[in-house]
Design a protein around this ligand. Structure first.
Ligand code: HEM
Length: 322
């Protein structure tokens, strides 16, 4: 079951990367219906285009986008089945964790509903960001499930006790940063500031937090390419940058404390992945969001979250020795 959990974890990472690819290639509405594609089980063939376009006249078939969307759905469906299989395996094994696999089943069902609403609500930013967070939560919990089946590591060095709280705070700070990233992407605010390190123009006097963080944007037929005006998008972008600074400081403090307490492997993992993520974020801005960089920025955010799950697990597992 441990190996199958690892396989499912890897599959979840693939689904997250496919989701980022779909979002970043503007293929989220590549199939305007759900769960089918223009009413078909697979992407409509050339000879079916006329019928497909009669069903959805406002959305001519674009094969590349439809394929991106459907591949994401098929692989996500496979992930859902693997999670269900994990829950059934755990149920039959007396020593296996029981609650976590079924929590994952519930989450993956909700995630499928969010995937449906992403399409039916025409990329409403709250749903798009929620779908991203759902994916990250599934990944983090699968990793936790794998850790719980892994051999126990030795007792912690003395003095690491207070680090547990710092690790939880750092995870909270990182989650806010991931949400802000998802909000940046879902509101098409990625290119609202093009200069570094500070946004161009009189940005500070034009901030509009109310419009930027209102959960529901002004009603629109579709939210593809964003509906917020420039000050709101710029505010979202700037917030993601400023919170990145706070995240970096908190995570570096955690890494420093881990290092001095002898947990060097954990300290190096957090620092290394954080540095990579910051470089990818900066490259996003400098090079105007190249697709591979933007997809990698999403994937490395997921890895950063996993590094903190590992740190928390290590620090809090001490209760088993006490
Ligand atoms: C700890 C640091 C950071 C984390 C965890 C993080 C995380 C994220 C996440 C999860 C997304 C959403 C990606 C998606 O929807 O596919 C995102 C988007 C973005 N991030 Fe970051 N980020 C960090 C730092 C930065 C920095 C320092 C910059 C620039 C200076 C930056 C620029 C961007 C941009 C432009 C986007 C939008 C890309 C898009 O449209 O997909 N990020 N970030």
């Amino acid at each position: 079951m441990r190996n199958f959990t690892l396989f499912t974890l890897a599959l979840a990472l693939v689904v997250i990367l496919l989701g980022a690819f779909t979002r970043l290639t503007d293929a989220g509405l590549g199939c305007p219906d759900w769960p089918g594609c223009y009413g078909y089980l697979v992407v409509p063939q050339e000879h079916q285009h006329a019928i497909a376009e009669a069903r959805f006249p406002e959305r001519p078939v674009e094969m590349a986008k439809a394929w991106a969307e459907m591949v994401h759905r098929y692989v996500a469906g496979t992930l859902g089945l693997c999670i269900l299989a994990l829950a059934l395996m755990a149920w039959r094994r007396p020593a296996a964790p029981k609650g976590l696999p079924w929590l994952l089943v519930g989450l993956v069902v909700f995630q499928a509903a969010l995937g449906m609403w992403t399409v039916t609500l025409n990329l409403l930013p709250l749903v798009v960001m929620g779908h991203l967070i759902g994916g990250f939560s599934i990944l983090a919990l699968l990793f936790l499930l794998w850790l719980r089946q892994s051999p126990q590591r030795g007792p912690l060095p003395n003095g690491t006790k207070p680090l547990g709280t710092l690790a939880v705070v750092a995870t909270g700070v990182l989650l806010v940063q991931i949400m802000l990233g998802g909000w940046t992407s879902a509101n098409y605010a990625s290119l609202a500031c093009t200069e570094l390190p500070v946004c161009e123009g009189d940005w500070a006097s034009r901030l509009d937090p109310e419009a930027a963080f209102h959960p529901l944007p002004p009603p629109a037929k579709s939210y593809e390419f964003g509906v917020l005006d420039y000050p709101a998008r710029m505010t979202i972008h700037v917030s993601h940058r400023i919170w990145a600074l706070i995240t970096a400081l908190v995570l570096l403090l955690l890494a420093l404390r881990l290092w001095t307490q002898g947990l060097r492997r954990e300290a190096l993992a957090v620092t290394g992945v954080l540095m990579l993520q910051l470089m990818l974020g900066i490259a996003n801005v400098v090079a105007s969001l190249p697709l591979p960089v933007a997809v990698a920025h999403n994937g490395v955010a997921a890895l950063l979250l996993l590094s903190l799950v590992a740190v928390n697990y290590r620090l809090w597992q001490r209760s088993r020795y006490e």
